[in-house]
Ligand binder design. Structure first.
Ligand SMILES: [Zn+2]
Length: 512
């Protein structure tokens, strides 16, 4: 495996509603992490996409009176456009679970688990939340028998013959694996949560649905009456996106997959890693802890594939301290927020970095955080307009008026980025940004104390040294900002390369 390869994937959002701020958070967090690894000169595979099967999607399309594939195409496009809107790296890979190569990979995966003896059929009688697409036990439900995440939906009682996955076989292998990888789930308190869940004993889970009830799914190989359960199908995208599972000849019912697709098995191990050296990093919300760090890991073991390297779990975004919900009308829409910022006179790039700033610094990386427009305006003015924006223009103006030009990067040794790097290594994104803003503040204080703009008239030599120091600090700040606010960092670095008055960027105008 190439040592220098980095793999990170988001979860795949369901295409049953418009993208909301919670998924924007996951994308932006991922992008900052991936950009950091790119700056470390790693080869990166960055994955996102859309989860398009399942009962919920099927029902939504029916309600809307739309052709199901057309419905999925429309929503997939909305999610695809989110990446450029949020300033995400343009080479991000976008997979859809309705992609033919993904479907083939799912069937290959199923065959492998079945070959292992981990798939069997039994009568299935269970409480099921259509909102979560998850089976629920008594203890998962609230006092009124509803899913606490979807209190408006009735829990369904399902009784039919389904295929099951022998999750119960994987209690010990999972606990052994966790033991061997003490940083497998970040943060620690989430890791403890999943260890406890596995220690309490694992129930086999259903991995199919009757096709006559739920036609919108991946056909189970060798059984035309069944389609795969949506989680089983969706999780496999993390490996199918790398081309896994499409190299083998495969027949299922009247479907045929014969080297139809682009195959690169070498790419799979390069990025996904090996059993000895897992390499794949996954990011997910706290509601996905169980699926990512236990169910999916057991599935990988069953299929004989290497496990993931690490699972990063973030919190939820509330809106005005309430859970976002359509009925409350408080669902924060990232497109709408960007447009609102643009209506205040910001350019596209400024609006994008302003939203990134809020998501990365104001939302605690691993905890729940809150969004309101008022808070966004407040933090924008404090951190961006008055913070980095003001500092940049002050330093560049002083450099210009002190006939220091051209500046060739000389100056007192500036502080390096090692602190922010350490924080980024442990995915402490908000803390890393606090660190950068502490430097911004330190520069403001330095200017206030040393007053180089006054010194120019009395002690030009000393003023020159001060300004050189400030220029090199600004350069360090811009370099540290690259993973978080890429466009802003680029503008500052550009201006530093070519110090002219007309090149001084107006980074962030104040807004009201
Ligand atoms: Zn639910």
């Amino acid at each position: 495996m190439a040592e220098n390869n980095f793999y990170l994937t988001t979860t795949l959002p369901y295409v049953n509603s418009d993208p909301h701020l919670g998924f924007a958070l996951e994308l932006v967090q991922s992008d900052a992490i991936v950009r950091y690894h790119k700056l470390l000169k790693q080869e990166v595979f960055f994955n996102t996409g859309t989860d398009e099967h399942g009962q919920k999607v099927y029902q939504k399309a029916e309600e809307a009176g739309k052709d199901i594939q057309g419905y999925c195409d429309e929503y997939a496009e909305k999610f695809k456009q989110l990446a450029p809107a949020l300033g995400i790296l343009p080479d991000i890979h976008f997979i859809r679970t309705t992609d033919q190569h993904h479907i083939a990979a799912c069937q290959e995966f199923w065959d492998r688990c079945e070959g292992r003896g981990d798939i069997y059929k039994k009568i299935y009688k269970v409480k099921y939340c259509v909102g979560c697409e998850l089976e629920k036990t008594e203890s998962d439900l609230d006092d009124s028998g509803h899913c606490p995440i979807h209190p408006n939906l009735e829990i369904e009682l399902i009784e039919e013959e389904n295929y099951f996955f022998r999750f119960s076989n994987y209690q010990k292998p999972l606990l052994d694996f966790y033991e061997k990888h003490p940083d497998f789930v970040v943060p620690d308190f989430r890791f403890n949560e999943i260890k406890q869940f596995v220690k309490n004993g694992l129930q086999d889970f259903s991995i199919s649905r009757l096709k006559e009830k739920m036609p919108w799914g991946v056909p189970v190989p060798g059984d035309e009456d069944h389609v795969m359960y949506v989680w089983f199908d969706a999780l496999i995208n993390y490996v199918s996106t790398l081309g896994w599972g499409t190299s083998m000849k495969h027949e299922a019912g009247n479907m045929k997959h014969e080297k139809k697709f682009q195959v690169s098995s070498f790419k799979f191990h390069d990025y996904w890693g090996t059993k000895e050296k897992p390499n794949a990093i996954q990011i997910a919300g706290k509601d996905n802890l169980r699926q990512q760090s236990a169910m999916w890991q057991a599935m990988l073991m069953s299929a004989g594939l290497p496990n993931s390297r690490q699972i990063i779990i973030h919190g939820f975004i509330t809106s005005g301290n309430q859970k976002m919900s359509k009925s409350l009308g408080n669902v924060a829409d990232p497109y709408q927020i960007i447009n609102q910022l643009k209506s205040k006179g910001l350019t596209n790039e400024q609006a994008t970095d302003a939203l990134r700033y809020y998501l990365l610094r104001e939302i605690p990386t691993f905890e729940d955080g809150d969004y309101t427009w008022e808070r966004l305006v407040e933090t924008y003015n404090a951190g961006l307009a008055n913070g980095i924006g003001n500092l940049t223009s002050r330093i560049l103006k002083m450099a210009h008026s002190s006939s220091l030009l051209p500046w060739r990067g000389e100056g007192r040794e500036g502080s390096n980025a090692s602190n922010t790097n350490q924080l980024l290594d442990s995915y402490e994104l908000a803390k890393a940004m606090d660190e950068i803003w502490a430097k911004i503040q330190a520069c403001d204080q330095f200017i206030q104390k040393e007053e180089p703009f006054k010194k120019i008239k009395t002690d030009a030599e000393a003023a020159k040294k001060d300004i050189e120091y400030l220029l090199s600090e600004l350069q360090n700040i811009a370099v540290s900002l690259q993973p978080f606010l890429p466009k802003t960092a680029e503008k500052i670095l550009e201006a530093l390369k070519n110090l002219k008055e007309e090149n001084i960027p107006r980074l962030f105008p104040r807004i009201i």
